[in-house]
Ligand binder design. Structure first.
Ligand code: MN
Length: 215
């Protein structure tokens, strides 16, 4: 097969303790998966079925730099646990991720019943740490985000409305999950704006950290 022009380079993520990299297929994201975040966004607390959106695979950035995007004056951090799937859609590992969001564009999209791509799927909208290999799903662990040394978001993986196995099962009812898929599993409360020069420090206790500078 001869390509008309060079293909975009494949997206991959570092794996802790390995010289190999994790080849990314798709990025799925879960909305509203912690009740305290549902409340802060003005939603109704409950256990409605999970809903999903996507980001393009090349929105992942693992170099610790988040370029402030165009066309928004209100870009928010959402610290999240990220699940990486391997062959057979089995758990391959986890990572610390940020579901960066143009909140002003998302609010407008919600109001007009329009899609979320410009709010959620923009370039570099998915900063992520190395993947920590594990065959068991993560069920608990404190998750937090500091901005310039001040605590902004706190929660615990055990607070998720839909657990990781439940999210994987629900997603699999809509999509054929493949090795290389990564899933952002939702954010606890405390989301808020970032500015150029901010330093974001995300932690999932017992798993890992993610350090990102807004540039
Ligand atoms: Mn999110």
């Amino acid at each position: 097969m001869k390509l008309a022009f060079p293909a975009a380079p494949p997206v991959s993520l570092p794996i802790r303790g390995s010289n190999e990299r994790f080849p990314v297929h798709r990025i799925y994201c879960v909305g509203r998966n912690y009740n305290d975040h549902v409340k802060e966004m003005g939603g109704v607390v409950g256990r409605d079925p999970p809903f999903f959106f996507m980001k393009p695979a090349d929105a992942l950035v693992a170099d610790g730099r988040f370029p402030y995007p165009f066309k928004s004056l209100d870009v928010h951090h959402e610290i999240e646990c990220v699940v990486a799937l391997g062959p057979g859609a089995a758990i391959f590992g986890h990572a610390v991720g940020l579901d960066m969001t143009r909140r002003d564009l998302q609010a407008e999209a919600k109001k007009l019943a329009r899609p979320w791509e410009t709010a959620k799927g923009f370039d570099a909208s998915a900063p992520v740490s190395e993947i920590v290999p594990s065959t068991e799903h993560l069920a608990r662990g404190a998750i937090s985000l500091d901005v310039n040394g001040s605590r902004r978001q706190t929660g615990d993986i055990s607070d998720m409305i839909w657990s990781i196995p439940e999210i994987v099962a629900a997603l699999a009812s809509y999509f054929e999950l493949r090795a290389g898929d990564v899933i952002f599993t939702g954010t606890p409360s405390g989301v808020g704006p970032v500015q150029r020069g901010d330093r974001l420090h995300g932690v999932i206790a017992g798993l890992g950290v993610l350090d990102v500078e807004v540039v």
